[in-house]
Design a protein around this ligand. Structure first.
Ligand code: BEZ
Ligand code: FE
Length: 312
């Protein structure tokens, strides 16, 4: 067999690893004739950024191992019920960034925000005016509004899938034997004028799961673990793009410190406290005082994009 050609100096530059050309050497191993083009594109970019990050941080071996151990613990924390990697993505702002890139809309349209891990499939259908607050806890609240297109035309039949924590700051699925099943959840349909309304309880801030590596990380950074008080809403309607969003409570002390960066100004509701014994009685509330919020939703024509709903 003839001897292989001696490598030229040029080829040697990307054949052997050095601190200077590290990312280039790794990426040069990809065989573009065989590679999946999108995976190659993603891994090339990841390698470039990861090597730049390591060059900036210059970790010691011990720090590198601490990072590996952190990711290992993050993986071990994941179960059928808990996705610590998504939580990590959430607190690093990556979930919101991916969502922003994938839900660009014209101004005036309702903005998306984070889905979170507490959505459940097949929530109960309810009628306009029903309450989702099955445990009767918290300060009574009426939520009203309209669902329209960007020209203000009502969208009858638009579906609003809503969920929130109870007044103790837990979702029903976090307290299976404590809260009634499907407490603080329900699906409402907009009427012929695009109007919807339901009763609930004033949302409260609550902590994201903080007993794992993500909680430790936030603690090490002096960051909080609370989510600003909110009601989740998924809007769907035939012929329109789905919207995964929240209504935020404006008085919440965590609006500017939401642990997962979910707050957008346009999603902060105008919650008002009302004292009207007759109206409260009509609404089925015990005392004369209740909260009201009117939140309209604006949908955009379908682009074929599906709501990205995952359950862990
Ligand atoms: C939530 O709003 O339910 C949520 C979002 C992200 C992480 C944890 C909880
Ligand atoms: Fe939530």
């Amino acid at each position: 067999m003839p001897n292989p050609e001696p490598a030229s100096a040029d080829t040697d530059d990307i054949a052997y690893f050095s601190e200077e050309n590290s990312a280039e050497v790794v990426n040069a191993r990809i065989d573009h004739a065989k590679a999946n083009p999108r995976i190659a594109e993603v891994v090339e970019a990841m390698t470039r950024h990861l090597h730049a990050f390591v060059k900036e941080v210059e970790p010691t071996h011990e720090e590198w191992l601490a990072g590996i151990e952190f990711l290992t613990r993050t993986g071990h924390m994941c179960t059928q019920w808990r996705q610590e990697f998504i939580l990590l993505s959430d607190v690093l702002g990556v979930s919101m960034l991916v969502d922003a890139i994938n839900s660009r809309r014209p101004s005036g349209a309702t903005e998306n925000t984070i889905l979170g891990p507490f959505y459940v499939m097949n929530p109960p259908n309810r009628k306009n005016g029903d309450t989702i607050c099955l445990d009767g806890k918290g300060e009574p609240l009426v939520v009203r509004g309209r669902v329209t297109d960007t020209a203000g035309k009502p969208i009858p039949g638009a579906r609003l899938d809503v969920w929130q924590t109870n007044d103790d700051g837990f979702y029903d699925v976090q307290q299976k034997d404590v809260q009634p099943d499907m407490n603080m959840r329900g699906v409402f349909a907009a009427d012929r004028d695009g109007a919807y309304w339901f009763r609930s309880a004033l949302p409260r801030y609550y902590p994201i799961p903080g007993d794992g590596p993500v909680g430790e990380l936030l603690n090490a950074l002096g960051r909080g673990i609370n989510r600003a008080a909110h009601i989740h809403v998924i809007l769907t309607a035939e012929g329109y793009d789905p919207v995964i969003t929240h209504i935020f409570e404006p008085h919440c002390q965590y609006l500017r410190q939401d642990a997962v960066f979910g707050v957008k100004k346009s999603l902060i509701g105008d919650f008002r406290k009302t004292s009207d014994a007759a109206e409260a009685k009509k609404l089925g509330f015990d005392g004369p005082e209740f909260w009201e919020v009117e939140q309209d939703f604006v949908l955009t024509p379908a682009t074929g994009r599906k709501a990205f709903i995952h359950q862990v």
